[in-house]
Each structure stands twice: as structure tokens, then as C-alpha cells.
Design a protein around this ligand. Structure first.
Ligand code: ATP
Ligand code: MG
Length: 318
């Protein structure tokens, strides 16, 4: 079983357990994550967009009202795996004084067929009752495939329900914000991409060199280390995602801990540990770029993915 399957399996198990409790939290984590933007390395453009669309409208509603704009709306984060979409969305919750509902569609879909729409409706209902509120719908890839690809009738029903809920928000629900995340926005049902729904796409790219240095610093903070030159490691990790960098640090920690157990004295993480870790890893973003560039080149009627092509060109991706 792959890691991903195992995680999915684990989630299903957890869900069943919770279901027996008849706990209405079963489908949603209702929580206040402790991460803030400061924990997210780089991604300044994305943070700025989020500030403009989500944070300022809540902090200074009068400015938005003056321009006839209501506070509310949706953003769709997309990009290669491991570059911080989920992490960033969680940080939004830590950043603003609002409720945060984290929906994992996989979880909703894996519940009983026919129930998913009701569950989704309940979640939006709950959001309306707890305004201001951010609803984060992660792994949108799990649903909303284009109509003819829809595997099952009940997937279709769920998409329809989501459309209804999103339209409802636009009509009457100030102060409910929706963030979606997906690796494959091009597979999303085009109805989900119309104005007022997820029409605002935000690319979450792999970190640039300086951002990689920041992320490495964040991941190493508070750990025993000696003589690290993180800019050197950042330079050697082109196209590594945040998750790849996290893994590099974990590998390095492992080596230092092994030495610690051997010697009985706490051993600092060294440049050698990091270099060795980098050598044994490859960036996991490359495959995504080759798929994304295909879509961007051949079927991007709205030029949504020009930003991906620009990124690929800048980084001479083949
Ligand atoms: N910019 C970043 N700053 C700090 N840590 C990051 C950053 N990007 C990614 N990470 C680390 O990588 C992990 C995975 O990131 P995350 O789950 O947000 O990726 P994702 O874009 O949602 O990926 P997927 O598309 O696979 O869902 C995070 O938990 C975090 O530790
Ligand atoms: Mg994610």
C-alpha cells in the first residue's frame, strides 16, 4: 500500500468511528490552527493576494464598503504538490480572527453515497452561522471533474450542491470566504470556474532560492546545529518544494540523531548531514510541471496558466 493509500485508508477508518458518535464535527475539523503567515516561507505575492481579498475586508470593512465591494469571495490555490497550499490556507486561519472550517473532500466523498450533498450543505450552513468564517476546501481534485468524466452520479450531485452553496454565498453571505486548493485546476468542472465561484486562480509555485533558505531556516529553528550555510543548500535545491525541503531537514535530523545515540552526546546537525540528504532526494515538482505545461500550451483558452509557462521559462524547465 502506498503512503497516500494508507493515509486515505486511515482517514476512512477515523471517519467511521466519528460517524458512530453522531458528532456533527465528523466531516469537518473545526479548529483554529496555530500557524500564521510567519511560518510560511516566501510566497509573498500569494500572501498579498490573500491579505487583499480576505484579511483587509474583515479588518477594514468601511474601505471596502466605500467602493461598493462586499467582504466575501473565493480564491483557488493551485500548483505542484508540497508547495504550501494546505499549509498557507491553514495559516490564513491563524492570521485572521475568524472561524475556519477545513473540508477534505476525500472524506466527504468516502462517506455514504447520497449523503455527501447533505453533508456539504450542513457545512456551509454552519459557516453561515459562524460568520466571519473561512471555508477551506482542500483536494478539490477529488470532485468536480468535468461532467463526462464523472465516475458516479453522486459525484455529480456533490458538484451541483457546491455550485448552489457558492452561489448562495455570493447572494447573501457577506463575510464567508472560500479557499479551494487543487493540483489540477484544469480538471475542475468549468461551472465551478465561473465568475462568483472559483474564478480567481492563485498560483503557488515552488520556492525561489532565497525562499528556500528561509524555509530551511524555519524548519531547522530550535534544533541543535553547527556551522550551517543554508544559502549553499538553498542553491543546491533548485525546484525543491517546501515539503521536499522539510524532508531534507528530517533526513539530516535523523543522521544527527543516529550519531547522538552512538555517542551518547547530543550531536548538532551539520552541513554534511544536509548535503547528504539533498543528494538522496529529487525535486518532486517536475512531473507536475510537465503535465501543467501541456494544459497551458494546448488547452488554456482563458490564459489561466500563462503564469505556469512564465515560471517554467524563467527556470528553463524542459
Ligand atoms: N512555503 C513554505 N514554508 C514553510 N513550509 C512549507 C512551505 N511549503 C511547504 N511547506 C512544508 O511542506 C509541507 C507540505 O505542504 P502542503 O501540504 O501545504 O503542500 P500542498 O501544496 O498542499 O501539497 P498537495 O498539493 O500535495 O496537497 C507543509 O506541511 C510544510 O511543512
Ligand atoms: Mg494540500
Amino acid at each position: 500500500m502506498s503512503d497516500r493509500d494508507e493515509i486515505a485508508e486511515q482517514r476512512r477508518k477515523n471517519l467511521k468511528l466519528i460517524h458512530f458518535n453522531h458528532d456533527d464535527q465528523s466531516l469537518v475539523e473545526s479548529e483554529k490552527p496555530k500557524e500564521t503567515f510567519a511560518d510560511v516561507g516566501g510566497l509573498e505575492d500569494v500572501k498579498k493576494k490573500i491579505r487583499m481579498n480576505f484579511i483587509l475586508p474583515l479588518e477594514q470593512p468601511e474601505v471596502f464598503a466605500a467602493y461598493g465591494k462586499h467582504a466575501g469571495g473565493s480564491l483557488l490555490l493551485f500548483g505542484p504538490p508540497g508547495c504550501g497550499k494546505t499549509f498557507l490556507a491553514r495559516a490564513v486561519a491563524g492570521e485572521i480572527d475568524a472561524n475556519f472550517l477545513h473540508i477534505e473532500l476525500q472524506a466527504i466523498l468516502s462517506m455514504y453515497s447520497g449523503q455527501s450533498e447533505h453533508n456539504l450543505h450542513d457545512i456551509f450552513e454552519k459557516a453561515r452561522q459562524s460568520k466571519p468564517c473561512v471555508i477551506f476546501i482542500d483536494e478539490l481534485d477529488a470532485m468536480g471533474g468535468s461532467r463526462h468524466q464523472m465516475r458516479q452520479h453522486h459525484d455529480r450531485m456533490l458538484v451541483n450542491q457546491l455550485l448552489l452553496e457558492l452561489d448562495g454565498l455570493q447572494a447573501e453571505n457577506d463575510k464567508v470566504f472560500v479557499i479551494g486548493a487543487t493540483n489540477t485546476p484544469w480538471y475542475l468542472d468549468s461551472a465551478l470556474r465561473r465568475p462568483g465561484r472559483f474564478n480567481h486562480l492563485v498560483f503557488v509555485p515552488p520556492p525561489e532560492e532565497a525562499e528556500r533558505e528561509t524555509i530551511l531556516g524555519l524548519k531547522l529553528a530550535g534544533k541543535p546545529a553547527n556551522g550551517l550555510n543554508l544559502s549553499k543548500i538553498a542553491a543546491d535545491t533548485r525546484l525543491f518544494s517546501g515539503a521536499d525541503l522539510d524532508q531534507v531537514v528530517k533526513d539530516a535530523v535523523e543522521s544527527a540523531m543516529e550519531r547522538t545515540f552512538e555517542t551518547g552526546i547530543i550531536q548538532p546537525i551539520t552541513m554534511d548531514d544536509l548535503k547528504k540528504a539533498v543528494k538522496s532526494r529529487k525535486p518532486t515538482t517536475l512531473e507536475w510541471f510537465s503535465t501543467a505545461r501541456n494544459y497551458a500550451t494546448f488547452s488554456d483558452v482563458n490564459q489561466d496558466y500563462q503564469i505556469v509557462l512564465d515560471y517554467a521559462k524563467k527556470h528553463s524547465l524542459k
